[in-house]
Write a protein that binds this ligand. Structure first.
Ligand SMILES: *[C@@H]1O[C@H](CO)[C@@H](O)[C@H](O)[C@H]1NC(C)=O
Ligand SMILES: *[C@@H]1O[C@H](CO)[C@@H](O)[C@H](O)[C@H]1NC(C)=O
Ligand SMILES: *[C@@H]1O[C@H](CO)[C@@H](O)[C@H](O)[C@H]1NC(C)=O
Ligand SMILES: *[C@@H]1O[C@H](CO)[C@@H](O)[C@H](O)[C@H]1NC(C)=O
Length: 939
C-alpha cells in the first residue's frame, strides 16, 4: 500500500474539506487503502521531478500490455462453456469428486426465459454439467473411466431439479450468525477482508438450495466498497478468497485467471441509509457521487492519453512527461466502473434517488447492473429504461416493506409490474434481513402475487446470475455450466418446497438429508389468484391504494355466499376457546350456500337456490367463493402491530417504554397507583395503519401486542381488532389487558442473573396492590409472558416457577415467547405446563442465545415446533400436522398462551377465502365476517 503513488489524496489538500466531504473521503481513503495497485514501475534516472525518465524495452512491453488490458472488456469469451472446457473440468473442481448421474428428473433448466423443462437425466463430472436430458453412453463411460469406475447414481423419481439458487444480495459472512462483535461487520471497504468463514448461515442457506451469493457491503456509505460473489460450500483451503467465483486479478494478484478479465463487483447506496449515518442530505449524496466519478474520469482520460502515445510509439514524449502511468489507488475501482468492467449494485428506493443515479450513469456513461430494494422502481419503469446501457435488473423483497419512509410504497405486486414492462426481476434476501435459506420463498410470494412462474424461478437463478456477470456458468442447467443443482421434494413454487439434495461444483452438500413426504399434488405448479385489480390500483394510487373494504351490514346487509366448500369456526357453545369444523365438502363437486345477516351466519344449505330471502333477493349481495372456505380469523403476536407504523420514523409510532431495570428510576408520576410503572399497550394503539390493514386483508383479525422497545420490562399487552377504525369503535379492543410481558435476554445491558433477580423480587413482593397486574400474576389470574431464547434462561425460569409455586401455593401461568432453543428442554417445559410461542417458525441462529436451533428438514428430522408439540402430547403429529392443528397454532393455542379469553356469547370474526382455504396457495382472502360489528367487509 505504501508504495502506491498518490493513495493519500487528503495530504495534498490545501483547504479543509467540509465535515461531510471529509467523512466521505476518509471512508474512500479506507476503501482504497485496502486495495493493491497494479501500477507498472520503472527506473528513474534521478528522483528530481524535472528528470527525464528512461523507459526500457521491458517497460514499454509492460505499458503496452497494461494499455491492452485496461481496454479489454470484462467477461469470458463466447466459447467459455464449450467442449474444451467440459473436457478440462471446472476451475473449481475438487479432484477426487466422483461423477454423479441424476436420473429421472423433471429439469427446470432456466433456458428460454425460464420456460424450458426437460424430462430425463443430468450427468455431473469434474465440477460441471456434462449432459442434460439424454446422456450419451460414451459420455457416461468416459466419466466412469475418469472416476476409476465410480459414478454415483441418484434416482430422483420424477422430482423437480433446478439450478442452484443465486442470491444477488446477501451479507452472509459479513453480518454473521451468531452475531458477535469480533467477527461481524457490514461496513467493509473490500468486504472479502471481513468475510467470516465460520458463519453458521452457509450451511443453512445451502439447505434452502442457495449455492451462490453476491456478498455486498452495507449501505452506510454512498460508495460502500467492493463486493464479491462466492459459492457457499466449504473449501479445502478454508480461506475467504477460495470461496470467490472467478476472483478478479485485482483480488488475487496471481497468474491464474488471466485468460480473460473477470467481472468486478461494487456497491453504491443512495437515500436514507448513507444520509442517516453522515447527517448528509440527498444533495450531498449526489454531489459525493459526481465528485468521485469526476476524479475517476480525469484518471481514465489521462490513462487513455498515455496509452494513445504508447501505442503510437511516442516514447520520447512519455519520457519527457515523467513516464508515469496515471493511476490512483483511491479511484482505481471507479475507473474500472467507467470502463464498464464492474457489475454495480445500487441500493436505491425512491423515484428521486433512482432519477439521480440514472442521470449520473448518463453523465459519466457507465452501466448499472442492478438496483436493490428498489421500492419505487415499479412506479417509474420508463425512467429505469433511461439508465445508460439499458434498464438494470431490479432486486426486490417480496413483502418486507414499510420499515422506513423510503420503503413505504413498496408493493408485493412490484415483481409482476416490472416484468410486465420487460424489466428483469430478481428476488433477493439481503440476508440476514430475510434468512437466505428461504430465498425461494421470496420467489414463491412473487409468483403468488402475479409474477409468471418461469420468471419467478428465473428471478432466483438465471437473472441474478446474469446481473452478477456469471450467467455463463451458474443459474442455468446446461452443458458446460457449473454443477450446482438442487433436487426438490416438490414443485419449487409450492409453499415449503425443500431440497432433498444440493450439489455445488458437483459435490453433494447434504451428507445425511431428512426428506419430507409430500402429497402428489405438490409436484405440480400451484395455481394462484388473480390480482389484476389490486395491481392496477397500486399503480393508480402511486403505491398507497386504499386498504379498507366495502362494509355490508345493517338494514340491507344480507350476504349470500355461493359454493363454499368448508367452514371452520369457533365453537360458540363450548365454554372454552376451540375450533370446530361445521362442514367440510372438500371431496364434493360443489359447496354449499351460506347466508350472513348482520355479521352472523343465519343459513347453511344446498343446493344453490336454498336459503331464499323473504325480500326476493333485493336485499342481497351475492359472492361466489368458487369452492372457497370460511375460516377462523387468525391472531398475530410477536410484532408491534398497532404500535408501530414506520419503524424508523419515531413520529409514526407509540414509542419506547421506559425500563426501570435499565433506564434507572422511573419518573414518580409513572410509579403512582401501585402498578410499578407498568405501561399498557392499549393506551398507545394506532388504528388503520397500512401494516394493520394489510394483515387484516390477509385474514388476521386479532392482534396481541405488548408495549414496544422495552428492555426487561415490556408491560401489559392488549388484544385488539385489526380491522377496527379507532379505539372507540365497537369491538375495537378485544381485551384491553391480556398478560404481563417481560424479556430475559443476554443482549440487555444488565446481566441475566439481575433480570431473574428482579423477576423474583416482584413475584415474591408482598406489597403488590390489589387489582394490579403484578398481583394478578401472583394470583395466577394473568399469564406472565417472558420473551426468552436461551434454553439455559428458560431452565432458570422453570426453576423460579417451581420455587414460587412451592412457596406461595399459587400457580404461576408462565408462557415463553421466542423460544429458539426450547426444543432442548421440551419435556421439562411440557411438564411444567408452560406454553411456548415460537415467534420464528423459521429458525435462525442470529444471536448467541439462539445458536442451538433445530433447523428442521433437510438438516434434521424434527423441528422446534414439532418437538414442542410432541412433548406436549396434546397433538399426535407423526412428523406432520393436520390443517386444524395448524389453524389452532394461529388461533386458540395462541389465545391460551397469551391470556386472551373469549367473552361469553361473543362471536369471533370469520374470514372468507376464495378458491381454497387459509393454507392453500391458490386462495385469496376476499372478506371478513364480523358479528361484533354486524358487517361483512369485502375487499
Ligand atoms: C426472453 O424474453 C425477452 C424479453 O421479453 C425477449 O426479448 C427474448 O427474445 C426472450 N428470449 C427467448 C429465448 O425466448
Ligand atoms: C493456478 O491454477 C492451477 C490449475 O487450476 C493450480 O494447479 C495452481 O495451483 C493455481 N495457482 C495458484 C497460484 O493459485
Ligand atoms: C388492469 O390494467 C390493465 C392495463 O391497463 C387492463 O388491461 C386490465 O383490464 C385492468 N384489469 C383490471 C381488473 O382492472
Ligand atoms: C406415521 O407416518 C408414517 C409414514 O408416513 C406412516 O406409515 C404411519 O402409519 C403413520 N403413523 C400414524 C400413527 O399415523
Amino acid at each position: 500500500m505504501s508504495k502506491s503513488p498518490g493513495s493519500l489524496v487528503e495530504s495534498n489538500k490545501a483547504s479543509q474539506p467540509k465535515p461531510t466531504q471529509k467523512a466521505f473521503r476518509r471512508f474512500l481513503g479506507l476503501v482504497f487503502c485496502a486495495l493493491v495497485a497494479h501500477t507498472v514501475y520503472w527506473s528513474r534516472s534521478s528522483l528530481g521531478d524535472t528528470a527525464v525518465a528512461t523507459i526500457t524495452k521491458a517497460d514499454r512491453a509492460a505499458f503496452l500490455s497494461k494499455c491492452a488490458n485496461i481496454h479489454t472488456p470484462a467477461g469470458p469469451p463466447p466459447s467459455f462453456s464449450t467442449a474444451t472446457r467440459i473436457r478440462e473440468g471446472s476451475d473449481r473442481w475438487v479432484p477426487g469428486t466422483p461423477a454423479t448421474l441424476l436420473r429421472n428428473a423433471k429439469i427446470w433448466t432456466g433456458a428460454r426465459n425460464g420456460t424450458e423443462v426437460v424430462y430425463g437425466d443430468v450427468l455431473l463430472d469434474k465440477g460441471l454439467i456434462v449432459a442434460v436430458g439424454y446422456i450419451p453412453p460414451s459420455l457416461l463411460a468416459a466419466a466412469k473411466t475418469r472416476g476409476g469406475g465410480e459414478v454415483k447414481v441418484l434416482d430422483v423419481a420424477g422430482k423437480w431439479i433446478t439450478p442452484g439458487l443465486v442470491d444477488l444480495h446477501s451479507h452472509i459472512g459479513v453480518y454473521s450468525s451468531p452475531a458477535l462483535n469480533g467477527i461481524s461487520t457490514i461496513f467493509d471497504a473490500q468486504n472479502i477482508d471481513g468475510l467470516n468463514t465460520h458463519d453458521a448461515s452457509y450451511e443453512l442457506a445451502m439447505a434452502g438450495g442457495v449455492t451462490t451469493a453476491q456478498i455486498l457491503p452495507g449501505s452506510a456509505n454512498n460508495i460502500g466498497g467492493q463486493a464479491f460473489v462466492i459459492k457457499l460450500r466449504p473449501t479445502a483451503e478454508k480461506s475467504a478468497t477460495s470461496k470467490v467465483i472467478e476472483p478478479p486479478l485485482t483480488l488475487t494478484h496471481s497468474a491464474n485467471g488471466t485468460d480473460y478479465i473477470r467481472w468486478r463487483h461494487m456497491k453504491h447506496a443512495c437515500g436514507e441509509n448513507p444520509d442517516r449515518v453522515y447527517g448528509q442530505t440527498r444533495m450531498d449524496g449526489q454531489w459525493n457521487f459526481r465528485h468521485a466519478y469526476d476524479e475517476a474520469r480525469k484518471i481514465r482520460d489521462a490513462q487513455d492519453a498515455f496509452c494513445a502515445k504508447a501505442v503510437a510509439g511516442k516514447w520520447a514524449a512519455l519520457e519527457a512527461e515523467g513516464a508515469e502511468f496515471p493511476e490512483e489507488l483511491q479511484w482505481e475501482s471507479l475507473v474500472d466502473v467507467l470502463r464498464g468492467r464492474v457489475k454495480l449494485s445500487i441500493h436505491c428506493y425512491e423515484a428521486v434517488d433512482l432519477d439521480g443515479i440514472v442521470r449520473l450513469s448518463n453523465e459519466f456513461k457507465f452501466p448499472v447492473a442492478s438496483f436493490h430494494h428498489a421500492g419505487e422502481t415499479y412506479l417509474v419503469p420508463d425512467l429505469l429504461k433511461k439508465t445508460w446501457g439499458g434498464a438494470p435488473s431490479i432486486a426486490l423483497f417480496a413483502s418486507n416493506f414499510r420499515k422506513k419512509r423510503e420503503a413505504y410504497r413498496g408493493s408485493e405486486f412490484a415483481p409482476c409490474i416490472l416484468a410486465d414492462h420487460g424489466i428483469p426481476v430478481v428476488m433477493k434476501s439481503d440476508h440476514p434481513v430475510v434468512n437466505s435459506r428461504y430465498l425461494l420463498f421470496e420467489a414463491q410470494q412473487a409468483h403468488y402475487y402475479g409474477l409468471n412462474p418461469a420468471l419467478a424461478l428465473a428471478s432466483v437463478t438465471s437473472v441474478p446470475a446474469r446481473a452478477a456477470g456469471l450467467g455463463h456458468r451458474v443459474g442455468t442447467i446446461a452443458e458446460g455450466y457449473d454443477a450446482d443443482i438442487v433436487v426438490w421434494d416438490s414443485h419449487p413454487l409450492t409453499l415449503g418446497a425443500t431440497p432433498e439434495q444440493v450439489y455445488v461444483d458437483g459435490i453433494a452438500q447434504l451428507s445425511n438429508p431428512y426428506p419430507l413426504q409430500k402429497p402428489a399434488a405438490f409436484q405440480h405448479l400451484p395455481e394462484t389468484p388473480n390480482w389484476d385489480r389490486e395491481k392496477n390500483n397500486t399503480v393508480l394510487w402511486d403505491g398507497l391504494p386504499p386498504l379498507t373494504g366495502w362494509k355490508i351490514g345493517g338494514h340491507r346487509g344480507r350476504v349470500r355466499l355461493l359454493n363454499v366448500k368448508n367452514l371452520v369456526g369457533f365453537n360458540e357453545l363450548s365454554d372454552h376457546d376451540e375450533l370446530e369444523t361445521v362442514f367440510d365438502d372438500s371431496g364434493k363437486d360443489k359447496g354449499r350456500v351460506v347466508v350472513i345477516e348482520d355479521g352472523r351466519i343465519t343459513c347453511v344449505q344446498r343446493p344453490v337456490d336454498s336459503c331464499t330471502s323473504p325480500f326476493g333477493g333485493d336485499d342481497e349481495v351475492v359472492l361466489d367463493l368458487r369452492g372457497g372456505s370460511i375460516g377462523p380469523g387468525l391472531t398475530t403476536y410477536g410484532s408491534p402491530l398497532g404500535l408501530v407504523e414506520i419503524r424508523l420514523e419515531p413520529s409514526t409510532n407509540d414509542g419506547n417504554v421506559l425500563d426501570p431495570l435499565i433506564g434507572g428510576d422511573l419518573p414518580s408520576i409513572l410509579a403512582k397507583g401501585g402498578e410499578k410503572g407498568l405501561i399498557r399497550a392499549a393506551d398507545g394503539l394506532l388504528f388503520e395503519g397500512r401494516n394493520t390493514l394489510l394483515a387484516y386483508r390477509s385474514g388476521v383479525t386479532t392482534a396481541v401486542t405488548a408495549p414496544s422497545g422495552g428492555g426487561f420490562l415490556q408491560g401489559i399487552a392488549t388484544a385488539f381488532s385489526v380491522g377496527a377504525p379507532h379505539a372507540l369503535a365497537k369491538g375495537a379492543v378485544v381485551q384491553s389487558e391480556t398478560a404481563l410481558h417481560v424479556s430475559v435476554s443476554f443482549t440487555l445491558p444488565v446481566s441475566v442473573s439481575t433480570q431473574i433477580s428482579a423477576l423474583r423480587s416482584v413475584l415474591f413482593a408482598q406489597d403488590s396492590e390489589d387489582n394490579s397486574a403484578w398481583r394478578k400474576v401472583q394470583e395466577g389470574e394473568m399469564p406472565l409472558v417472558v420473551s426468552v431464547e436461551s434454553a439455559d434462561a428458560m431452565a432458570t425460569l422453570l426453576s423460579l416457577k417451581y420455587e414460587y409455586e412451592e412457596t406461595s401455593g399459587k400457580t404461576l401461568k408462565l408462557t415463553f415467547a421466542g423460544g429458539s432453543e426450547a426444543h432442548l428442554i421440551a419435556k421439562d417445559i411440557a411438564l411444567a405446563g408452560v406454553s411456548v410461542i415460537v415467534t420464528s417458525s423459521r429458525p435462525y441462529p442470529g444471536l448467541w442465545e439462539q445458536r442451538r436451533i433445530l433447523p428442521g428438514p433437510p438438516l434434521s428430522e424434527s423441528s422446534n415446533v414439532l418437538t414442542l408439540l410432541d412433548a406436549g402430547t396434546a397433538l399426535e403429529s407423526n412428523g406432520t400436522m393436520s390443517k386444524a392443528q395448524a389453524l389452532a397454532l394461529a388461533t386458540t393455542n395462541l389465545h391460551e398462551a397469551l391470556g386472551v379469553v373469549r367473552r361469553r356469547f361473543s362471536i369471533p370474526d370469520l374470514v372468507l377465502y376464495e378458491a381454497g382455504g387459509p393454507l392453500d396457495l391458490q386462495s385469496k382472502v376476499v372478506g371478513v365476517v364480523s358479528a361484533e360489528r354486524g358487517v361483512v367487509e369485502v375487499f
